[in-house]
Design a protein around this ligand. Structure first.
Ligand SMILES: [Zn+2]
Length: 496
């Protein structure tokens, strides 16, 4: 925890009211320790406080990304033209080819990218459970706030032929979970242990006793992928959880794609939450993102995630924008088809902004601590430059519109997590990678050195995968997932 105070002076502060409307106000923000202690005009800085001039700056709450696989940095760029069945063997399964130090650097790169683009809190669906200590050490080093969701994951026993090990709950998995729970939270309290789980093929009694065990360990957030369809299956996980007596506000569904009306009802009744990830959902045939679906009406329980920074930018602003404009296109098309135009635009920039801020905080039960700028909350603060070429005039007219529709990470000048500066003067701060026990090197490391480590390790990973038959691995994945092969088709009626 920082010992000094900071005063952010003279900026435009984006504050939320009780109805989630955003009000930009001219004010100073005083940070004492890791907490916002005052938001008002003309604050006299306490003795010794660092005063940061925020004239012509917009101060936003840090973004809350509720679904992300932070380890995947070494895989960036390879999925641009992939569907889910391409991504699984070439991306997800290659966790087994990462050394512990690769895991550290991949995780560190992912967390630092998040900070660079304004994500101050992330729900990390850690479906790499080789050496979670390396993953957590990297998360601590980055300075990000995280719910680190440990995940029992099928391991790859062999690549040629591809054989997966489905002993999800082997003794070492559960002892790892218990060890982590005993040590949680990590990193001065910034990193809390959560649980990630996709093993609903296991017997009912096994799942129920597992969830009971997880809760008994004090874990508050349990997250699972829900993509109803050909690849992940047609089972309705929300209804399954309800029938097991396990559906409650601790559950965070990633995607929540193609829900039945009853699933939407269950989401609201149980006050569980969903994380939409527009980039991957739109690309990988998971269905339309659900947050702004007018038929489902589940927006208040929805939030946003970047999902795979191996596939797309970690920027939540990008996801806000993609979600908003896609939802507008879907809404507009029936009007266009009927030869009409809608009377008003569908959804607002403010609604998209809220999905990436206060709604994300609610999704993990932290809305009293993060997700908006308010006295008593953690000082997780973004400082945007209102005079940049992309922001100017938009920022002065409507700061929320400027952030959602005009900004890029290049406009983000400063990022703070709990009052600690992680990006300053548009540059990420150096990080402490420890004493050599995790990273293979020690001490403070600047971003460009992190990047060089990543480049070297990516090349090494490329050498490891060069001899693998991903075509065979994909066919094996199809078998493993129980995908009905006849459902994988070139086209359907009406497509070209
Ligand atoms: Zn995911």
């Amino acid at each position: 925890m920082p010992s000094t105070s900071k005063l952010l002076r003279g900026g435009t502060v984006l504050t939320h009211d009780a109805d989630d409307h955003v009000h930009p106000i001219k004010a100073d923000i005083l940070i004492q320790g890791n907490i916002i202690s005052k938001i008002e005009k003309g604050i006299i800085p306490p003795e010794g406080a660092e005063v940061i001039d925020c004239t012509d700056k917009i101060l936003s709450p840090g973004f809350v990304d509720t679904h992300h696989h932070l380890w995947q940095t070494l895989l960036k760029g390879r999925h641009a033209n992939h569907l889910l069945l391409d991504y699984m063997p070439t991306g997800n399964f290659t966790s087994s080819l990462h050394s512990p130090a690769d895991i550290f650097w991949g995780q560190l790169g992912g967390a630092m990218e998040c900070l660079d683009v304004g994500t101050t809190t992330v729900v990390d669906f850690a479906h790499i459970n080789y050496s979670p200590e390396h993953t957590i050490a990297a998360t601590i080093a980055s300075g990000i706030r995280s719910v680190f969701c440990y995940c029992p994951t099928p391991r790859i026993d062999s690549w040629n032929p591809l054989v997966m090990n489905h002993d999800l709950l082997a003794g070492w998995v559960m002892s790892s979970l218990e060890r982590l729970a005993a040590a949680s939270p990590f990193g001065d309290g910034r990193i809390e242990l959560g649980f990630a789980f996709d093993g609903f093929f296991l017997p009912k009694e096994t799942v129920i006793s597992l969830f009971q065990k997880v809760k008994a360990l004090g874990i508050r957030v349990i997250t699972t992928h829900v993509v109803r369809g050909v690849v992940f299956g047609q089972d309705s996980i929300p209804e399954l959880l309800k029938s097991y007596g396990l559906l409650d506000s601790s559950i965070l569904f990633a995607h929540f794609s193609n829900p039945s009306p009853n699933c939407a009802k269950l989401l609201l009744e149980s006050n569980s939450h969903a994380s939409c990830t527009p980039s991957t959902e739109l690309q990988m045939a998971m269905g339309y993102p659900v947050a702004f679906d007018p038929a489902l009406r589940i927006q208040r329980n929805c939030s946003l995630g970047a999902d795979c920074h191996s596939n797309n930018s970690a920027s939540l602003v990008s996801e806000m924008r993609l979600l908003l404009q896609n939802a507008r296109a879907v809404f507009n098309q029936p009007f266009v088809d009927a030869g009409n135009v809608p009377r008003k635009v569908n959804r607002t920039a403010e609604e998209a902004f809220n999905l990436g801020t206060i709604n994300g905080a609610r999704a993990i039960g932290m809305h009293d601590k993060i997700g908006s700028l308010a006295v008593g909350k953690y000082a997780d603060i973004l400082v945007f430059d209102a005079l940049s070429s992309s922001m100017v005039c938009a920022a002065q007219h409507d700061p929320v519109a400027a952030l959602v529709l005009h900004s890029s990470p290049a406009d983000l000048e400063m990022v703070m997590v709990g009052g600690e500066v992680r990006k300053r003067d548009w540059m990420l701060e150096a990080v402490d990678v420890g004493k050599g026990e995790w990273a293979g090197r020690e001490g403070m490391v600047g971003w460009r050195e992190v990047a060089r480590e990543l480049v070297g390790r990516r090349e090494e990973l490329e050498r490891k995968v060069s001899g693998l038959d991903f075509g065979e691995a994909e066919r094996a994945a199809i078998r493993e997932f129980g995908v009905e092969v006849g459902r994988i088709v070139e086209g359907v009626v009406g497509s070209s």
